[in-house]
Design a protein around this ligand. Structure first.
Ligand SMILES: [Zn+2]
Ligand SMILES: [Zn+2]
Length: 296
């Protein structure tokens, strides 16, 4: 969009390249298929500032197939596959207003969810697929009528991750207690990542005791997110990851503009401040933690 006289010039333009990291890290959670531009450009731009690896996350069947294909084609990309917690109820009940790229869909019932889960399990077996997710619970976008399908899908994803020895990537929105409960009931996989960690310091202690990884996104930089910074401050250094969740959650001072993996250094620097460590020390830990969490 061209700039204009009304002052809206940079709302839709990409933020500038940050200063490169000296120690390369991974973006542990991104959605390249929802960003503008080509995969190659996104990877080149990210690598130019020290973000040399990305985990491409699937949210529905088409997106999960795309993630697996993209990871097969690029060494710098690892894939995860899943039906997003807001996608599962849509498969069962249908939802013409959903954000899914497939748009309006007829309700398919429980059998349709089973079929979709079988396809996720097939994709999860592929070697370039390092995780199952994002799965979990989202009580912000899914109402009570979708809860049952959502929890059934979450439990099935946990089983798939364990069956194939892959990491589990959790999406937890306004559902901390139930996410922790379901994980405990099912038995969490050996490697479990809370993507876009949104709990407080007390929950970080619970995650730490369980050995769950906590992946921090750009919202850790937001003015109103002191609870996230408090959680980050107490999280064990070996369990902390960084992510963009791009195109969402662009870090300050670029909040509201398009996010992409090349902006990871902005968040890493903010995180280093919170933890009172230098950038290189944190980046070294983040790189090792992400590789350990996803087993690459
Ligand atoms: Zn998510
Ligand atoms: Zn995501």
């Amino acid at each position: 969009m061209p700039s204009n006289a009304s002052g809206r010039s940079d709302k839709h333009t990409a933020p500038p390249l940050p200063e490169p990291l000296r120690v390369p890290v991974a973006d542990s959670h991104t959605h390249l298929d929802m960003q503008s531009g080509t995969v190659e450009d996104a990877l080149d731009k990210a690598a130019s500032v020290g973000v040399t690896t990305v985990v491409q996350v699937g949210c529905d069947l088409a997106g999960s197939r795309w993630a697996a294909e993209t990871a097969a084609a690029h060494d710098a990309v690892h894939a995860t596959v899943a039906l997003h917690p807001n996608e599962a109820p849509r498969i069962v009940h249908g939802d013409p207003d959903g954000w899914s790229r497939q748009g309006a869909r007829q309700p398919g019932g429980d059998a349709a969810l089973d079929d979709a889960l079988a396809e996720i399990a097939r994709l999860a077996a592929l070697p370039q697929v390092k995780g199952v997710g994002e799965t979990g619970l989202d009580y912000f976008r899914t109402g009570p009528e979708g809860k049952e399908a959502q929890e059934r899908s979450f439990r099935a994803h946990i089983e798939i991750a364990k069956r194939h020895g892959k990491a589990l990537v959790i999406h937890d929105r306004d559902a901390h207690t139930d996410v922790l409960r379901v994980l405990k009931e099912e038995g969490a996989p050996e490697r479990t990542v809370f993507h876009c960690y949104s709990g407080d310091a007390e929950m970080a202690e619970i995650c730490a005791r369980a050995g769950y990884y906590m992946s921090f996104a750009g919202n850790v930089t937001f003015k109103n997110a002191q609870n996230l910074r408090d959680a980050l401050a107490v999280a064990p250094p070996e369990l902390v990851l960084v992510e963009t969740d791009a195109p969402f959650l662009t870090p300050a001072p670029y909040r509201g503009r398009p996010n992409a993996p090349y902006l990871v250094p902005v968040t890493v620097r903010a995180m280093a401040d919170v933890r009172g460590v230098d950038e290189d020390t944190l980046a070294t830990a983040l790189a090792a933690n992400t590789a350990r969490a996803f087993g690459y």
